[in-house]
Design a protein around this ligand. Sequence first.
Ligand SMILES: [Zn+2]
Length: 104
Amino acid sequence: MRRDYSRGWRRARARVLDGARICHLCGGFLDYDAPARSKWAPSVDHVLPLKATRYMADELREAYRLDASNLRPAHYGCNARRQAGKPVRQHVSRAWSKATKKEG
Ligand SMILES: [Zn+2]
């Protein structure tokens, strides 16, 4: 793994989770006190799953991996379930849209 990838990912992840409170997959609250990699812990989900980018050129894959427009806050559990290929509702919940609207 290239070093600039992990640095870029950490930055992209921090930006997505900054102020994020709602899982975009189930609409529930993210639990920042939950142990890492537990069901309700915050994680970053790729709207276009990385699996779907596997035949793309490396640069394009990298863009999908780090582009904020392809990233959404999600529970670790919901994210893992989705990556396992189990169906999850694809629409963005009303609570999530409301929570991400800029205040003031
Ligand atoms: Zn969730």
